[in-house]
Design a binder for this molecule. Structure first.
Ligand SMILES: Nc1ncnc2c1ncn2[C@@H]1O[C@H](COP(=O)(O)OP(=O)(O)O)[C@@H](O)[C@H]1O
Ligand SMILES: [Mg+2]
Length: 264
């Protein structure tokens, strides 16, 4: 089975400025990677490069064995804040259908029946078939994020890239979205990369963790990648990784990370 992502000595630039360097890792075809790092660390930059939107890099980067620009069909990317114009009165169903229509370059107002059926299926996968005909702009924050996940899934991607999918949500909306992510992990045989400030709600679905701060600091299974020494090197001497009853907790000042015990 091919790796979903293979990066070797990847360095990403904006002009002459290095945004992120020393990135070397492999992610399996159905593994989930949690991408952590402080603000400005390069998380969004790495996701956009993997998605094929940012092309200023050196080193090797392969997505299912192809260059990112040639692998766009296999990848869905959900940016941190959506760019939908909420003045346009689109229903949840139309927003999801856009995910299929866009990729084919057809932008119609009328959704072909085959696409409507697929859109309804993914809406039901994220538990939102009941709001299919409601206006997107009238949905709650958690529902909007679930619609955006459905839109990303409707094209059957092999790799799903999610930029801070839980930020800007209240605790109950976070729980809604987390449970959809969990469902994707369990039911869809795809790879995911999720950037997050707070690893806590996502622990159960992370096979691998990467910590970056303008360069790759650590990559591995959660227990291996998040040691006391590594956490301190990124978040300063007050940060700590502590184990309590076999669970790892990372305290980093502005937030704490809690890592699940490794599954047997
Ligand atoms: N379009 C851009 N042009 C130049 N520099 C950028 C651009 N976008 C991001 N950067 C810089 O790249 C670095 C990483 O940013 P980003 O990937 O957004 O970090 P994160 O998502 O981890 O907060 C930052 O120093 C940021 O200022
Ligand atoms: Mg970002």
């Amino acid at each position: 089975m091919k790796a979903s992502v293979e990066a070797r000595n990847l360095t990403i630039y904006y002009g002459k400025q290095v945004a992120l360097s020393d990135v070397t890792f492999q992610l399996g075809a159905s593994e989930t990677l949690l991408l952590l790092g402080p603000n400005g660390a390069g998380k969004t930059t790495l996701l956009r490069t993997i998605a094929g939107f940012h092309t200023q890099y050196t080193g090797e980067l392969l997505i299912f064995g192809k260059k990112p620009e040639e692998a766009k069909e296999l990848v869905s990317y959900v940016p941190q804040s959506h760019s939908l114009n909420e003045n346009v009165p689109l229903t949840a169903l139309e927003v999801v259908a856009m995910g299929a229509i866009y990729k084919r370059g057809l932008i119609h107002r009328k959704i072909p029946p085959e696409i409507e059926e697929r859109a309804l299926n993914v809406l039901s996968f994220v538990g939102l078939e009941n709001v299919a005909n409601k206006l997107f702009r009238n949905l709650s924050g958690g529902q909007k994020q679930r619609v955006l996940l459905a839109r990303a899934l409707v094209s059957d991607p092999k790799l799903l890239l999610l930029d801070e999918p839980l930020s800007a949500l209240d605790p109950s909306a976070r729980a809604e979205v987390t449970s959809v992510l969990d469902r994707i992990k369990k039911k869809k045989n795809i790879a995911m990369i999720i950037t997050t400030h707070d690893i806590n709600p996502l622990l159960e679905i992370g096979d691998k963790v990467m910590l970056i701060n303008r360069r790759m600091i650590a990559f591995g299974k959660p227990d291996e990648a998040l040691t006391d020494e590594i956490i301190k090197s990124v978040y300063g001497p007050m940060a700590r990784a502590i184990k309590v009853e076999e669970r790892l907790y990372c305290i980093t000042g502005d937030f704490h990370i809690h890592v699940r015990r490794d599954r047997k």
